[in-house]
Design a protein around this ligand. Sequence first.
Ligand code: BGC
Length: 366
Amino acid sequence: MSLSKSLAAVGTVAALSLSLAACGGSSAPQAAGCNVGISMPTRSLERWINDGEGLRSKLAAAGCTVDLQYADNKTDQQISQIQNQVAGGSKILVVAAIDGAALAPVLAEAKKQDATVIAYDRLINGTEDVDYYATFDNYKVGQLQGQYIEDTLKLKDGKGPFNLEAFAGSPDDNNAKFFFAGAWDVLSPYIQKGQLTVPSGKAPKSAAEWASIGIQGWASDKAQAEMDNRLSSFYGGGKKVDVVLSPNDSLAIGIEASLKSAGYKPGADYPIITGQDADKANVKATLAGEQSMTVWKDTRALGEQVFKMVKSIADGQKPEVNDTKSYDNGKKIVPSYLLVPEVVTKDTVKSKLIDSGFLKSSDVGL
Ligand code: BGC
């Protein structure tokens, strides 16, 4: 070998080891196996921006190649983004589905390219091709909302009757069914006993009929329009709403706007309103007395769990799960990791959301 050739060879080896070193320390996933496509539903809701960015930056810092896409709440867009990710070499897909029933064909394509699929926050239904699921305990989210209402109205002590209006989430989101079931299992016995009455009549006979009061796309304006209708049609003659079961913060914002335009003001006669996500606008509303609680899901913890899952998969190991019973997607029971949601009220905004660094005091005017 000529001197110049062997110098070039030494240079190549040095460059190679430098680039391997740049991929991270020994605990980092192998860059070759850590090519990740993240598919999030929409940028229109704060939580998905935080979820996507949080996970992307953790993975990138660990040396993974990451492609993060948002699909504007449009299923077709999400499908083509996933197709592009697979074509671009993503071997691990992290997907928060818009329509949990629409992704089977694209995941079948992904499987042909040996991709491993993690359903993020929302389960993907009707397919064998989802390997893991990481989420918060969705039934528990609804149960916390129901129990908050039960405790605040002292329903266990037989108090009532109170006027309840109930809402459910987007009919295409598998989580929405679990949220509703958790809340309805607590509340519906009180409807039967007459302690809760539902003037609009929009009270599903069983939790299974939740989609009849679902708000498509979790849209605030649709929730507002629905609440406007109920207030004008069923609350004439001084009748007041005492409590609104809202499954999340985006619906709660619409419902609060509707109540405001109907003349409701924070204070003794203002209804109880539940929520979920600890979005900034809703935390502000909670501090202002326009919302009673939100169920906080620390999306950083979900990101951390999914990061660990991705890392295990990239390292050729089995990821940790803590539930192998609850999430049947119609084709298989998807091994899941469930995190624990928590109630936040006006009194715990500081101790839970600010002190943990989830929100800054300036975000919520504290
Ligand atoms: C999530 C909620 C969110 C809702 C609307 C659900 O699947 O679990 O946190 O509020 O979607 O985006």
